[in-house]
Write a protein that binds this ligand. Structure first.
Ligand code: HEM
Ligand SMILES: [Cu+2]
Length: 621
């Protein structure tokens, strides 16, 4: 596996941007486009093609995870009533009824698919791959063949997970967390759970391959002048999330290997001693799972935060407020996310001192996240906001994340969590702060980069028809879950109405389910817009949003080699509302838009700010 030859240039110590910068460093060599359909579109090493492949894979499974959510909501609203239309097809043997086993499999696979097989491939695999080299001014990822392998490993993981629907005893039923003893051969005798373990292992392997690629690409392949503090926040998002992926996915992989051994070879890593003499410890599994599991929620959300931080600036037509503070806040979240996982295990009987420590550390995380949130408000403040569809989805995220974040404070508190643990308050919290935020960010990214990815524009009118019912119903569903949780409804209950104290919640559950059906139905507008635009949308210009980042300096879609000449970056990514631009009859300046001071040692380590004399500030070393 050879890194592309862009990584030749020596580094001048200070960060004057990409290691390359002068003639003869191999930067300008344009790799030939491979011949043949298979090499160009299926087994391609081109990051843009791989990005699109991840996007399609993720979107297909978002649909699967979404249908499952509708079925879960049907059961909660109409326990014991056959599912209309598809009931006979999906649950034929039970007369269209969702059985307790089927319900358990539904939420297990819904959670697993949404997190590992929908949002991960869409945001990290899809947009990470498509955007990263273009945003930093590179021709491709550092390891194109590793990139190819990462996609096909993800595809293999998806196939293995899908196979678990068709095996005796059916798909796994131990929740997306697959706690032992439930997930061992004792709790889940069927092969479906073993396939789940293998699928998650392969999914993790694909993520680690991607992480290695993203980290190396950002460190080694930035264009001349693209200093770390000139990188778009989208790039920071993918860079930091890759560090968490590289550090914590292997922990999940270790748990999967041990669980596989327990299931297949009869070892007892997670099987308690009382059942088989001197055995293992189920709580050990929880520690391994959440050591990964908590950073995982940030692995998913940090790219979304990066994208939204950029897009808010682009559409408010103002520089991103507090760029450096945002970068510091993201780094702060990354560091803190590694030491808070215990808040998922307050009820496991951990020592009060340990519980308190995890509580305090979790509370502290709200400091950098609040800074991030305030910077978003600072960017919007007095902006000349253009209410495009991507902007609406970003604003939706700001609102939903704000509300969702506040509910995290309840769960971070040991005392309150004793009551709220495993209730729908937890389900509502993570759907607001994670599911909703990730859905909204994914849609914002699709509407924003679709022109660059496919060379055509999506319909703005249909985009707005998609946004409003999605935004309203999404908040009704997930805030409704907070309410029923606060009222004491436990999660993972097949039929809550069997409990007298939960019966009064049935009307509210029905109301939430109706809102969920609206949410599901309004995604059809997106499907129509996406596929219509793919074939019939208006041809996209090079820079439809009038933005200064590097991907908008090349054609839509970009050529195989991305840039005819590797750009030289002279300013930050958010030069909007810039006085110098007005002289040019516009309100923005491109990152590579002159003048560049001619001095040969432009790559010095920051004694001068490297910006042209027109006063751009962002990214000065
Ligand atoms: C599209 C709208 C969605 C609806 C209506 C929905 C609804 C639900 C419901 C009702 C449950 C709880 C089931 C139970 O405990 O009995 C659930 C669980 C879950 N959902 Fe969603 N969800 C949606 C989207 C998402 C998305 C986008 C994600 C992730 C990115 C997600 C991740 C999860 C996870 C991880 C669980 C926990 C599964 C478990 O308990 O093992 N959901 N969802
Ligand atoms: Cu957590």
């Amino acid at each position: 596996m050879t890194a592309t030859d862009q990584s030749q240039g020596g580094d001048a110590g200070g960060d004057a941007g990409g290691p390359g910068g002068g003639p003869g460093d191999g930067l300008e060599e344009i790799p030939p486009e491979p011949a043949g359909f298979l090499r160009r579109h299926v087994f391609s090493t081109d990051h843009k093609v791989i990005g699109r492949q991840f996007l399609f894979l993720g979107l297909s499974f978002l649909a699967v995870g979404g249908v499952m959510a509708m079925l879960i909501r049907w059961q909660l609203a109409r326990p014991g009533v056959p599912v209309p239309v598809v009931g006979g097809l999906l649950f034929g043997r039970a007369g269209g009824l969702i059985s307790p086993a089927a319900y358990t499999a539904l939420f297990t696979m819904h959670g697993t698919i949404m997190i590992f097989f929908a949002v991960t491939p869409i945001l990290i695999g899809g947009f990470g791959n498509f955007c990263l080299p273009l945003l930093i001014g590179a021709r491709d990822m550092a390891f194109p063949r590793l990139n190819l392998a990462s996609f096909w490993t993800m595809a293999a993981a998806t196939a293995v997970l899908t196979a678990s629907f068709f095996v005796p005893l059916g798909p796994p039923q131990a929740g997306w967390t697959a706690y032992a003893t439930l997930s061992t051969a004792i709790g889940a005798p069927g092969v479906g759970q073993t396939l789940w373990v293998v699928a998650i292992y392969l999914n993790g392997a694909s993520s680690v391959m991607g992480a290695v690629n993203y980290i190396t690409t950002v460190i080694r392949l930035r264009a001349p002048g693209m200093t770390y503090l000139r990188m778009p926040l989208t790039v920071w998002g993918f860079f930091l999330t890759s560090i968490l992926n590289a550090l914590f996915v292997p922990v999940l992989a270790a748990a999967m290997v041990l669980l596989f051994f327990d299931r297949v070879f009869g070892t007892q890593f997670f099987v308690a001693g009382t059942t088989v003499g001197a055995g293992g410890d189920p709580i050990l599994y929880q520690h391994l799972f959440w050591l990964f599991g908590h950073p995982e929620v940030y692995i998913l959300i940090i790219p979304a935060w990066g994208i939204v931080s950029d897009l808010l600036s682009f559409f408010a037509r103002k520089p991103a407020f507090g760029y450096r503070v945002t970068v510091a806040a993201l780094v702060g979240v990354v560091i803190l996310s590694t030491v808070v996982y215990g808040h998922h295990m307050f009820t496991t009987g951990m020592s009060p001192l340990l519980g308190e420590s995890f509580m305090v550390l979790t509370m502290i995380i709200s400091v950098p996240t609040s800074l991030l949130f305030l910077n978003w408000l600072g960017t919007l403040w007095r902006g000349a906001s253009r209410m495009t569809t991507p902007m609406l989805f970003c604003l939706g995220l700001v609102f939903t994340f704000g509300v969702g974040g506040l509910t995290g404070l309840y769960l971070a508190d040991v005392v309150a969590d004793m009551y709220l643990h495993d209730t729908y308050f937890v389900v509502g919290h993570f759907h607001l702060i994670m599911a909703a935020a990730l859905l909204l960010a994914s849609f914002a990214a699709i509407y924003f980069w679709f022109p660059k990815m496919f060379g055509r524009m999506m319909s703005e009118a249909l985009g707005k028809w998609h946004f409003w019912p999605t935004f309203v119903s999404l908040n009704v569903v997930f805030m409704g879950q907070l309410l029923i949780g606060y009222a004491g409804m436990q999660r993972r209950l097949y039929d809550p109405s069997v409990y007298e104290f939960l019966r009064p919640l049935l009307p509210l559950n029905r109301f939430i389910s109706r809102a969920a059906y609206v949410l599901g139905a309004s995604q059809l507008i997106f499907v129509v817009n996406f596929f219509w635009s793919l074939f019939r949308g208006q041809k996209a210009p090079k820079n439809p949003w009038a933005v200064g980042t590097l991907e908008w300096t090349v054609a839509s879609p970009p050529p195989h080699h991305n840039f005819d000449r590797i750009p030289v970056v002279v300013r930050g990514p958010h030069e909007l509302g810039h006085p110098a631009a007005r002289a040019l009859g516009k309100d923005w300046l491109g990152q590579d838009e002159g003048p560049v001071r001619p001095s040969a040692d432009n790559a010095t380590d920051g004694s001068t700010d490297g910006s042209p004399p027109d006063g751009s500030t962002e990214g000065a070393a």
